[in-house]
Design a protein around this ligand. Structure first.
Ligand code: CMP
Length: 221
């Protein structure tokens, strides 16, 4: 647990107390961890793998966030007034999760101000990103939304390579559409355009941004 940013402020004796409370659970790719509206009784920390947080109706999905190792999720149903899941969570590849039960999580938050602060900081960062997303959805055209989304993905999923950055996520055009409030055909067109301009390359479903400085100029314009 020491390796998780979440726990790095804890004293060794607190960590020793905490470790046995975690269960480990393995999920195959494309498996629901939970669905929006279900009662929630557990918090999850990602040991390995990728999880998408999304909302859906019969017609389409909207992806709110994509989490990977070291991220946690599921805290809202445990700390918020509404005790149900505010969104669904599904694995995008085989994933191993650490699971903490509500009562253990709540006593951890009560007993450890540093952990509470970290949860608050993370929740506020997520709120800030969601605000950005709402602004983009209402004020930007689809091409700009897609470019800004790629730029946002770099923060968590970017790996530097040569002069550029690889977004280390296998994404379908449909998933990019679900993150940017557009349709698959538009994503296909915008990605082709950006490839023709040599701004990006797509390698095995992963997007490589060829030159970060130049790409950032695209984000600004
Ligand atoms: P919970 O409501 O228990 O279940 C869904 C989880 O998704 C939620 O807790 C948060 O951990 C996470 N989540 C919900 N909304 C967002 C968002 N806008 N951005 C990032 N994560 C979110």
């Amino acid at each position: 647990l020491r390796n998780f940013p979440f726990f790095q402020d804890l004293e060794k004796e607190d960590l020793d107390k905490l470790s046995p409370l975690f269960l480990t659970r393995t999920y195959e790719k494309d498996t629901d961890v939970f669905r929006e509206g279900e009662a929630g009784d557990e918090l999850y920390i990602i040991h390995s793998g990728i999880v998408k947080i999304y909302r859906d109706d019969e017609v389409r999905d909207i992806i709110l966030a994509i989490f990977r190792d070291d991220d946690f999720f599921g805290e809202m149903a445990l700390l918020g007034n509404e005790q149900v899941r505010s969104a669904s969570a599904k694995t995008m590849e085989k994933t191993v999760l650490y699971v903490l039960k509500r009562k253990d999580f709540v006593s951890l938050v009560h007993d450890t101000p540093k952990i509470s602060l970290r949860i608050l900081e993370t929740a506020l960062d997520r709120l800030r990103k969601t605000n950005e997303m709402i602004t983009d959805l209402t004020m930007r055209d689809a091409r700009t939304r897609i470019i800004k989304m790629m730029h946002r993905l770099i923060e968590k999923h970017g790996v530097s390579q040569k002069s550029g950055v690889l977004i280390d996520l296998k994404l379908t055009h449909q998933q990019i559409a679900d993150m940017t409030g557009t349709v698959r055909e538009t994503v296909t067109k915008v990605l082709l355009d950006l490839q023709n301009q040599q701004a990006i390359e797509v390698k095995k479903k992963k997007i490589y941004i060829c030159n970060l400085a130049e790409f950032e100029r695209l984000v600004e314009t």
